[in-house]
Design a protein around this ligand. Structure first.
Ligand code: FA5
Length: 373
């Protein structure tokens, strides 16, 4: 900017001459009109309205004029700048509208095209069966108990009265957790059943005790149509004064009624588990042929292989040795326990012929059991 002067003639300041101002204004208006998009308009604004633009520099010179000359020059430059500003604003509005129009046209949604749907998931039928059985027992006053999947051998075997040389401890059944040196000896296993939760419940809860415990189990079983190395069980345990096999039968009948509908008989046959005495395997009348296939002249039944009965659970009265291991007086208290496989129950109830369907994660399989959330 030039220094202020009292003898300054505005006509002599070239950038403020009417011709220069008009030329600068016309150049600006032409560039603005020629801008075909917002980027070009931005460049034109910078060149003709920015800090180094001729009209901006001319505006800055006004302050250096003698006071008498300032008004006239200021009016001229101000009018030119006003024209340019308005031209920029109008062009900007027009170019924005063009851009919006272009986007709207390019992004038109064809509502008649088939939708790209995200398929909905479904709860796994193992979970549905497990929750259903759990609910039945919770409704009868049982509490839900949980235990770890990586379990101490002591809970999984010793406290449950498995002798040290019991075959279930052998490598072909049990997945042992490696010790710090990579070998055996950590004293931990992946639990082979939910029965260790019985011990945890008896050691930590008050008597009388009624618990149900659903959960994941692991065995070294090969994957085939009826076995999986990872599967689920649900365990029930009651410890109270005066419990008998009759109470156990009642509890077992409750889950058969809940799962398969009322009216199917249950049957106990002697079995062996180290932690129950006496022990039994539970069968229920086949829910498909209702025992008819086993009667003379009955039609064959694929579900029970014409036996009329289907094995569903292991059970028994809690072995007094187990009660003692948990500090419970067996002369005062007795208990019963039962455990059943969730996948097997699902297979029986819904005619699933291959357990592998339950682990492949195909949502179409799960969806067939309903989309319950
Ligand atoms: C037990 O595991 C006992 N803890 C059950 C029990 C509990 C008895 C309380 C007495 C008192 P068992 O090994 O039979 O028992 O297994 C129980 C059920 O688990 C089987 O009937 C079967 O339904 C299921 N199961 C066992 N191994 C597998 C496997 N590899 N794949 C799928 N289900 C299995």
């Amino acid at each position: 900017m030039s220094a202020g002067s009292t003898q300054y003639d505005p006509v002599e300041v070239a950038v403020l001459s009417p011709d220069e101002v008009a030329r600068a204004r016309d150049a600006a208006l032409a560039a603005i009109a020629a801008a075909s998009d917002l980027d070009e308009l931005k460049a034109a604004r910078l060149a003709h309205f920015g800090d180094r633009a001729p009209l901006t520099l001319a505006n800055a010179e006004i302050g250096a004029l003698p006071p008498a000359a300032r008004a006239e020059a200021g009016k001229r430059v101000g009018a030119a700048r006003g024209q340019v500003r308005r031209a920029i604003e109008e062009r900007e509005t027009a170019l924005e509208a063009e851009r919006d129009e272009r986007i709207l046209t390019a992004e038109t949604v064809d509502v008649t095209l088939p939708a790209d749907r995200v398929p909905r998931g479904a709860r796994h039928p193992d979970t549905l069966v497990s929750d259903r059985l759990t609910d039945v027992f919770v409704a009868m006053g049982y509490e839900v108990a949980e235990g770890p999947e990586v379990e101490a051998e002591w809970y999984n075997f010793d406290a449950l009265n498995f002798p040290p040389d019991h075959p279930a401890r052998a490598m072909q059944d049990t997945l042992f957790v490696a010790g710090p040196d990579g070998g055996e000896g950590s004293g931990m296993v992946l639990r082979t059943h939910t029965s260790p939760v019985q011990i945890r419940a008896m050691l930590t809860r008050q008597l009388p005790l009624y618990v149900v415990s659903p959960g994941k189990c692991f065995r070294t079983d090969e994957l085939d149509a009826t076995h999986s190395p990872v599967f689920h069980q649900i365990e029930g345990l009651a410890v109270d004064e005066g419990l008998t096999m009759a109470d156990l039968r009642g509890a077992v009948q409750a889950f058969v009624d809940a799962m398969f509908g009322e009216g199917l008989r249950t049957r106990f046959r002697p079995d062996f588990f180290p932690f129950t005495e006496p022990s039994a395997d539970v069968s229920m009348e086949c829910h498909v042929c209702r025992g008819g296939s086993a009667r003379p002249g009955g039609d064959p039944c694929r579900v029970c292989k014409s036996q009329g009965w289907i094995e569903i659970a292991g059970c028994g009265m809690v072995n007094p040795r187990v009660l003692v291991a948990c500090g419970i007086d067996p002369d005062r208290y007795s208990g019963f326990a039962f455990g059943l496989g969730i996948e097997r129950t699902l297979m029986i109830a819904h005619g699933v012929t291959d357990i592998r369907d339950t682990i492949e994660g195909d949502v179409r399989f799960s969806a067939a059991f309903g989309m319950e959330i």
